[in-house]
Design a binder for this molecule. Structure first.
Ligand code: BGC
Length: 255
C-alpha cells in the first residue's frame, strides 16, 4: 500500500480511465474524492470498490469548468478527510469535426473541460496547499495528442497541447512549494471516450496495426502510472510526460 494516509482527488471518477485511477489509488490506501458530472452510478461503483479494498471514497458531483465546483471539490477533501495530497486532472472529452466546420460552442466546451478545468481546479488545490505549507502531487491525464497530430480533432489537440505547457510551467513555478507536476499521455484506451472507434471494426483494426503491443490499453494500464507518480518513489520527478500507449507514439509503418 503505497499511498496509506494520503488523500486524492480524481476528476471524472465515474467512468473510464478516471474510474480505474480512483480505484487503484484507493486500493493503494488513499482516501479518494471521486468527482463526476453525469455518471453517478459509476461513481458509486468506484466508491464501493475502494471500500472493498478497505479505504474510503467520497462521491462529489462537480463540473470542473465551474470555479465554484472546483473550490467545492478541494474543500470537500479538506472537510471530509483533513487534507488533499494528490490531484488527478482526468476529466476530459473529445469531439470530431473537420477544422473548417468546427463550431464555436464545440471549441469552447472542449477547451473548458480539458484545459480551463484543470487550470482552475489546480489553482484551488495549490491555494490550499500553500496556506497549509504542504507538498503535493499533480498528475494530468493528457494524451499522445499533446504532441501527435490527430486530424479532425483540432480542438482536442489544442487542449492537450495546452495541458502539456501548463504542466511544464507549473513544474517550475510550484517546485519551490514542494509540489510535483507531471502528465500521463495515454494512447488508445478502451473507454467510453472511444465508443465510436470501438464500434467501427475497420478503423479499430487499422489503429491496432499502429500499436506495437497489438492491443488497446486499459484504464488499469494508466492507473499503474498514476499510482507510481503519486508515490514516494516519484518524489524527484516533475515536469515530464509519461507515455502509456503500447508504443503508438513511436510507431510508423510503410504498407
Ligand atoms: C483519444 C482517442 C484516440 C487515442 C489514440 C486518445 O487521446 O481520446 O480517441 O483513439 O488518443 O489516437
Amino acid at each position: 500500500m503505497r499511498l496509506q494516509g494520503k488523500v486524492a482527488i480524481v476528476t471524472g471518477g465515474g467512468s473510464g480511465i478516471g474510474q480505474g485511477i480512483a480505484k487503484r489509488l484507493g486500493c493503494e490506501g488513499a482516501r479518494v474524492i471521486i468527482d463526476y458530472v453525469g455518471s453517478e452510478a459509476g461513481a458509486d461503483d468506484t466508491r464501493r470498490a475502494i471500500e472493498a479494498c478497505g479505504s474510503q471514497g467520497e462521491v462529489v458531483q462537480a463540473d470542473v469548468t465551474k470555479m465554484d465546483d472546483d473550490r467545492k471539490l478541494v474543500d470537500t477533501a479538506w472537510d471530509r478527510f483533513g487534507s488533499a495530497d494528490i490531484l488527478v486532472n482526468n476529466a476530459g472529452m473529445e469531439k470530431r469535426s473537420d477544422f473548417w466546420d468546427t463550431p464555436e460552442d464545440e471549441y469552447d466546451k472542449v477547451m473548458a473541460v480539458n484545459l480551463r478545468g484543470p487550470f482552475f481546479l489546480t489553482q484551488a488545490f495549490v491555494r490550499r496547499l500553500r496556506e497549509a505549507q504542504k507538498p503535493g502531487r499533480i498528475v494530468n491525464i493528457s494524451s499522445v495528442h499533446e504532441d501527435m497530430a490527430f486530424p479532425g480533432f483540432t480542438t482536442y489537440c489544442c487542449s492537450k497541447g495546452g495541458l502539456r505547457m501548463m504542466m511544464r510551467n507549473l513544474a517550475v513555478e510550484l517546485g519551490p512549494l514542494g509540489i510535483t507536476v507531471n502528465n500521463i499521455a495515454p494512447g488508445a484506451i478502451a473507454t467510453p471516450i472511444n465508443k465510436a472507434l470501438l464500434e467501427d471494426k475497420p478503423k479499430l483494426n487499422a489503429l491496432l496495426k499502429n500499436i506495437p503491443l497489438g492491443r488497446l490499453g486499459t484504464p488499469e494500464d494508466v492507473a499503474g502510472m498514476v499510482a507510481f507518480l503519486a508515490s514516494d518513489d516519484a518524489s524527484y520527478i516533475s515536469g515530464a510526460t509519461f507515455l502509456v500507449d503500447g508504443g503508438l507514439m513511436r510507431s510508423y509503418h510503410e504498407q
